[in-house]
Design a protein around this ligand. Structure first.
Ligand code: NAD
Length: 490
């Protein structure tokens, strides 16, 4: 990406508002400035909340027929598709995703998820309640009713840096599809992947105030999660910030959806297809340089095949091409910033100090003096109580832990403060399914899963991975509340 990225400002009430401040945004692979982004002020976020409130309270968006909203949103998705190449280049330059990941995980999958939401958003919003006899003492009444689904109101959507375009889209579309209005705030590292949605909203003529986009850091996010006029907060990010947001939103009793971090376990049984398990394990700590919430970073491998597994993963991981994610041959891109690399280094040192055996990596690649690169790093002889097995690194670090029985594997997998994802590899899919039922997580993939996220299935976590669900009908319903309307039948 050679041209400097610029934005007309912040997208508020259907217009571009200049921001007081601007900030350089750097490409994490080159450290070069790729654009100047507006930085949202307190006044800007308050104006965005005003606009969203007004668009919700005065309509027409929330009271429009779902099919009309569907038409708008279909045009929105079509316009996004028309810009696919530009958006994928932007994802690569701003978030550091390799082109392959940008096209698949970061663009293709959220488009499928959003399309499914748009396809189902005209679902019948009226559910009948069967008639029942109510004994009122002297008389007996026959009553019946319906319940309807209504939009919750103004939704504050706050997203992280690792899959920004994905989440900006996959959170905004269901909110908008139900009739909510939105104030979206991306990570300060990745403002352009949100602001581009403002350009598209303008292009397809979304009614003013329905989608508002402000940039900035925690200060702006704090206002979005405390302002009385916001009804719902949908947040994806770290468990620490999730915890803060829950507290911030408590005094005004907002509905809160939290999609947080993970330390997901990959269980490899002795009868597994070892090459398939190795492919999954490799992806689990190297994809997007380890910056994925649901990546499989804890590899629980049966002791009879553990050494073979470690050898195979290491042999491939050391051959992966590290470099500029915009180059087609690159397999591992950079971390987002040096702060994230320092965090990774801190965890690697701690793992060594606690007695884990470093098998590969554990350093910056010597031939990459610029950019926030770090070599894929694998530890073996890890105990599950070590820091490296318990805390989310969000860098390219995997750990291998041995086990002898299925029961032990399940116990180790569940011995985590997180509960987002999990995986089992086994020739016995029935047994793998039984084990999947016992994993305390929001999702489990058996033998590699479905080849990507199932776009109609709910996604989310338990424990410190958060609560609430995204995608599919369950994700759509998070942005609604039910209202029961009762009738006297006679
Ligand atoms: P982060 O928690 O540091 O920041 C996320 C967002 O919150 C940013 O927009 C930030 O500006 C904002 N923020 C920070 N403090 C705030 C506050 N007090 N009030 C309101 N907003 C505030 O996360 P990150 O470093 O950008 O992203 C990495 C994290 O995101 C990882 O922990 C990862 O697991 C998680 N994540 C989870 C999922 C999921 O679906 N479960 C998906 C992607 C990423």
């Amino acid at each position: 990406m050679t041209t400097m990225l610029r934005s007309k400002g912040l997208f508020i009430a259907g217009a571009w508002e200049p921001a007081g401040d601007v900030e350089d945004v750097v490409n994490p692979a080159t450290e070069a400035v790729i654009g100047r982004a507006p930085v949202g002020s307190q006044a800007a976020v308050l104006a965005a909340i005003d606009a969203a409130r007004e668009a919700f309270d005065k309509g027409p968006w929330p009271t429009m027929k779902p099919a009309q909203r569907q038409e708008y949103l279909q045009r929105f998705l079509d316009a996004i598709r028309a810009r696919e190449e530009d958006i994928c280049r932007l994802i690569t330059a701003e978030a550091g995703a390799t082109l392959v990941l940008a096209r698949t995980l970061q663009f293709g999958i959220p488009l499928r998820i959003a399309q499914h939401i748009v396809d189902i958003c005209t679902r019948d919003p009226i559910t009948p309640v069967a008639p029942q006899l109510n004994d009122m003492g002297q008389t007996t009444l026959l009553g019946c009713g319906v319940y309807v689904r209504e939009p919750v109101g103004v939704a504050a959507i706050i997203t992280p840096y690792n899959v920004p375009f994905f989440l900006n889209l996959a959170k905004s579309v269901p909110a908008l599809a139900t009739g909510c209005t939105v104030v979206l705030k991306p990570s300060a590292f990745t403002p352009f992947e949100a602001l581009i949605l403002g350009e598209i909203a303008e292009e397809v003529g979304l009614p003013k105030g329905v989608l508002n986009i402000v940039t900035g850091g925690p200060d702006v996010g704090r206002i979005m999660t405390t302002d009385e006029r916001v009804d719902l907060v949908s947040f994806t990010g770290s468990d620490k910030v999730g915890e803060a947001i829950l507290a911030q939103a408590a005094p005004s009793l907002k509905r809160v959806l939290l999609e947080l971090g993970g330390k997901s376990a990959l269980i490899v049984r002795p009868d597994a297809d070892l090459d398939a398990a190795v492919r999954d394990g490799l992806f689990g700590f190297t994809a997007h340089c380890g910056q994925g919430c649901q990546l499989l970073t804890r590899h629980l491998v049966h002791n009879s095949i553990r050494e073979a597994y470690v050898e195979k993963v290491s042999a491939i991981a050391t051959r992966l091409v590290i470099g500029d994610p915009a180059a087609p041959e690159t397999q591992v891109g950079p971390l987002i910033r040096n702060s994230q690399r320092l965090r990774t280094e801190h965890y690697v040192e701690k793992a060594k100090a606690e007695g884990a055996r470093l098998v590969i990596g554990g350093r910056r690649p010597a031939d990459r003096p610029r950019g926030y690169f770090y070599e894929p790093t694998l530890f073996s002889d890890v105990r599950n109580d070590m820091t490296i097995a318990q805390e989310e690194v969000f860098g390219p670090v995997g750990v291998v832990i041995g086990f002898d029985t299925d029961e032990e594997a399940i116990a180790i997998a569940n011995d985590s403060r997180f509960g987002l994802n999990g995986a089992v590899h086994s020739a016995d899919t029935g047994r793998a399914y039984e084990m999947a039922l016992r994993l305390r997580t929001g999702g489990v993939a058996i033998n590699g899963g479905a080849g990507g996220i199932l776009s109609a299935a709910p996604f989310g976590g338990i424990k410190r991975s958060g609560f609430g669900r995204e995608f599919g009908i369950e994700g759509l319903n998070e942005y609604t509340y039910t209202k029961t309307i009762a009738f006297r039948a006679v």
